[in-house]
Design a protein around this ligand. Structure first.
Ligand code: PRP
Length: 240
């Protein structure tokens, strides 16, 4: 308990220190999950009036600046976005709900941006559909051990053995490493081409706009301005 309180104080003061240092430069930093989500996020920032031209150039740069709006965009690995935002190294993050559920960090989830839509599901050989719920110590391979564990424990009351993998998870039931997998399904092509199927859906997923808790207090006006612009753009897209 005392250790947790001390950790909290250290984390808060580290966050404040990082933000204090940056505040003198008056930049707002946005962490984007590298890849397709970063491209879709960039489009949204452009429609909201920001200059992302530097990011459009092919390069290995990881930091991009919109001087006119005093904005910095940093490209980070998806699973690291919540960490950058929690510690205040980034004020804002654009990241998938899957990463937020798995990383479980202390930040504000402000808006569901709607893009990058897919679902988290239990998948496996089609013949497992009727059986997997009654197997004791079901072997589950996943890049998302927390989500998998929580789903089977809290929703299904089933004990499982988690096998943590870092990619190509669909291979696991095919080579006898696991009975089923918990993974993202987007088009369903990877499952289909490997003779697997969705056995049960866990939850829908999409990209979220997240904010550091201290930044939200210090930079409320600027952050809320972006939130409102994004909300208007999302609404426009929904009506189109
Ligand atoms: C993701 C996910 C699935 C696949 C689903 O993997 O883990 O394997 O995409 O997409 P689909 O339903 O459109 O086929 P990713 O491409 O990130 O590669 P990885 O397995 O190496 O992590």
């Amino acid at each position: 308990m005392i250790a947790a309180v001390i950790m909290n104080i250290i984390t808060t003061s580290m966050t404040a220190a990082v933000i204090k240092g940056r505040k003198t430069m008056e930049y707002l930093t946005v962490a984007l999950a590298k890849g397709r989500l970063a491209e879709l996020a960039m489009e949204l920032f452009i429609t909201a009036g920001f200059d992302c031209s530097e990011m459009k150039e092919k390069s290995r740069k990881l930091i991009f600046t919109d001087e006119a709006h005093k904005m910095k965009f940093i490209l980070v690995k998806a699973s690291d976005v919540p960490t950058y935002v929690e510690y205040g190294a980034a004020d804002i993050g654009i990241v998938g709900k899957d990463t937020l559920l798995e990383e479980h960090k202390n930040l504000y989830e402000m808006i569901n941006l709607g893009f990058g839509a897919c679902r988290m599901a239990v998948c496996g050989p089609p013949e497992m559909k009727e059986r997997f719920s009654s197997i004791n110590n079901l072997k589950v391979a996943s890049k998302y051990p927390r989500i998998a564990q929580q789903f089977f424990r809290d929703e299904k009351g089933q004990t499982i053995e988690i096998i943590k993998l870092n990619g190509s998870v669909e291979l696991a039931p095919l080579v006898g490493l696991s009975d089923v997998i918990v993974d993202i399904v987007e088009s369903g092509k990877t499952l289909e081409e490997n003779g697997l199927a969705v056995l049960e859906e866990i939850c829908p997923l999409s990209a979220w706009f997240v904010v550091n808790k201290v930044s939200m207090k210090i930079q409320t006006e600027r952050i809320m301005q972006i939130v409102e612009r994004f909300k208007a753009e999302i609404q426009k897209r929904e009506l189109a």
